[in-house]
Design a protein around this ligand. Structure first.
Ligand code: SAH
Length: 213
């Protein structure tokens, strides 16, 4: 698959759509303009890549809508070199956005098929997260904690406690909370014990699945 002038034109347009919906962070918009989203989808669905829509990626999962990716990333306030944990690698598109912002990314995916496909694709594309982990993101990644930011790309019924405890003081957790519909929620760690919670609009995500064992 190639990245052509036509793709670049469509991406520019997509970045404008995302900006029109309210995303203002220039670096985030630049990432949307730069990252070849069509390569994250099966080539037969290329036409869908630059619409502002979620799309199936196999294993009952979806690549998040570009606006949602941009909105969540903006809330995360990623600084170059920041240590970021992502729960739900999926297609890797959100991961690529974080890498574009020069974050050190640790990303967890619990579906083996998706994990393998995306790992292979990242090798081919020379995308370099610090770690790609096959496992249950509900538990976070205690061995690499604390993080400057944690982003969850699936809907959780409630905030997983381990994720809050793995934030640095000043760190930010962006997570969609809810069952049928999710409220985008930001937690900022104010001190060892205090968290500030802010709620944003409603979104629809595939569920964050908890392993029972
Ligand atoms: N950021 C991805 C979103 C994929 S959808 C993208 O834009 O492509 C959400 C992903 O979360 C799915 O791939 C799903 O398999 C994964 N997921 C669900 N529950 C999980 C869990 N407990 N731990 C890690 N990943 C999980």
């Amino acid at each position: 698959m190639k990245d052509t002038l036509k793709h670049r034109g469509m991406r520019k347009n997509l970045a404008e759509i995302v900006a029109a919906k309210g995303v203002t962070d220039k670096k985030v918009l630049e990432a949307i303009k730069t990252i070849p989203r069509h390569l994250f989808l099966d080539s037969s669905f290329e036409d869908h890549a630059y619409q502002d829509k979620a799309f199936p990626i196999g294993a009952d999962q979806t690549i998040s809508q570009p606006y949602t990716v941009a909105f969540q990333t903006e809330l995360l306030e990623v600084k170059p070199g920041a240590k970021i944990l992502e729960i739900g690698t999926g297609s890797g598109y959100q991961t690529a956005v974080l890498l574009h912002l020069r974050a050190k990314v640790y990303t967890i995916e619990r579906q083996l098929e998706l994990f393998k496909t995306t790992r292979f694709f990242f090798n081919k594309m020379h995308y370099r997260p610090k770690k790609m982990i096959f496992g249950d993101g509900y538990k976070g990644l205690p061995e690499e904690a604390p993080f400057d930011g944690i982003i969850v790309t699936a809907g959780a019924p409630d905030v997983p406690r381990p994720l809050l405890s793995q934030l640095k003081v000043g760190g930010r957790l962006v997570i969609p909370i809810g069952v049928n519909e999710q409220i985008m929620t930001l937690f900022v760690r104010k001190s060892e014990k205090e968290f500030e919670k802010k709620e944003f609009g409603s979104f629809r995500f595939v569920p964050l699945l908890e392993d029972k064992n």
